[in-house]
Design a protein around this ligand. Sequence first.
Ligand code: 16G
Ligand code: ZN
Length: 576
Amino acid sequence: QEQRRRLLDVASRFPLPSGRRFSYGTAGFRADGATMAPAVCRAGILAALRSVKLAGAAVGIVITASHNPVGDNGVKIADPDGGMMAQHWEPFADALANAPDPDALLQLVLQFVKDEGIPWGGQHTAQVLLGRDTRPTGEYLLNAALQGINAIVGAHAIDMGILTTPQLHWMVRSKNKGIKASESDYFTQLIDSFRLFFSHCPAALGSHDGELLTSNFIRRMLELVPKDKGGDELAKKLIVDGANGIGGVKLEQIKAELSGVDIIVRNSGKEGEGILNHMCGADFVQKERVTPHGFSPEDVGVRCASLDGDADRLVYFHMSSASDNKVDLVDGDKILSLFALFIREQLDIINNNGSQVNKSLPARLGIVQTAYANGASTQFLKNLGLEVVFTPTGVKYLHKKALEYDIGIYFEANGHGTVVFLEDFLSQLESLSNELSSEAVNGSAQYHAAMRLMAASQLINQAVGDALSGLLLVEAILQYKRWSFQNWCELYSDLPSRQLKVKVIDRSSIVTTDAETKVSQPSSLQELIDKETANYTHGRCFVRPSGTEDVVRVYAEASTQAEADSLARSVAHHVE
Ligand code: 16G
Ligand code: ZN
């Protein structure tokens, strides 16, 4: 009775305006922030139910609209493993968000509880961790979420404060693994693993082969680099565009402790520096290919990175000349390629050591991309002999696929991605490192490669793509390889591409298959696309309904920009 009363109560406090519809979409509910309270409150109910269903394991709620304008906001739910909420609950999320009145909402919950076998009315508990980004509607929506959670008897909400999206995912995962899960634990893990990585790099080892170096030592060592060695000085400097969001704020907090890299944060989210995601951030830089607001000709030649508003996307760029604002872009595909190359190298060092000991570490390494991955990146990865597989757009699909490997590396071109390590594989890696460290081969190439891989697995966020941890792994690898931005950029040249949006009456009339690379309905459309594509060298083209906007997207690639543009345009005509 108490339970019913609470649900009816909360639903009447957050009525759904008539005619209003929410859709959980690719990554949660998103809309104008001021109108989101009913959906967020119901997401609170849902998250609490999810925790009840999973025997009280912690579930997460993030209030953010990522790279979207500051007036928007959104909500998404993280499962106990720190990943996205199980997809088979999404239809219920939609139904709940759209329940027209309190009675309808109560009936929906009762039915769902029955269907899903959720313990009800007994002594159950639930735990929900909440995080939000810096948007002005964040606090208001946090309150709506809290009321939703508290409408479930036995549910306990913990407000973790203003966080990046990946921090909250990390906290949920850690909490359920029984690891310390506060923000300072997150920072400590980043800082320590970054330091550990460096201590196993040739530069740090130098003549002190095998010695575990303290950060002080590394700092001292870097200071010994002669000042006139411009290249080395430059190599340490990194300018980060924080999109005026939460990522820049967090980076400011830890940058002093990241010895080995000199980070300057622009668009840091400080009062007066600019508006969230406006003319800045990873989405802006990746789509427009121009420098974000706040950069000047003085930055030409310096390595730069850009985060999105909730810091789950990362791209790198370089201003090539002072006379225009165009950038050389390193997108998610090239970050993926760097990670793949590095991991592949470490595995090779470990396994083809030909050295003192005969210890190996068999590993299934898998690369996961989407149809948006530049064809040149896929070719590059395949040339390395790697297994490359494709999934539909959206982190939830890529992440799930990556978990099928000992080491799975996934990235979307837009900068969402991470590296996931299977627990079993990590235990093997750990015991190998222990063995190697205790034997006479301590200091061997094999030992340091195993330690670098260990450090990378602790540095990179295992729950979800994380711009901060991704950035630190990039920095670590570039320094390990003594690579400039240019070396990285030249791994391969992107094929020219073009993206277009087409407004149609009903985007759901287009159905895709084969990880969105082919249209299955309407059946004639794929034939038309094939016919157009055949007219171009290196031509590739696909269309898909957006999961976040009311449009159909067209992507085309060809050997010149003019051809990519023309292929995209002619296919767009067939879609209209
Ligand atoms: C969401 C997804 C992103 C995807 C994008 C595609 C997450 C966390 N975010 O932002 O991965 O690339 O949608 O948008 O999964 P679209 O369907 O409108 O092209
Ligand atoms: Zn984001």
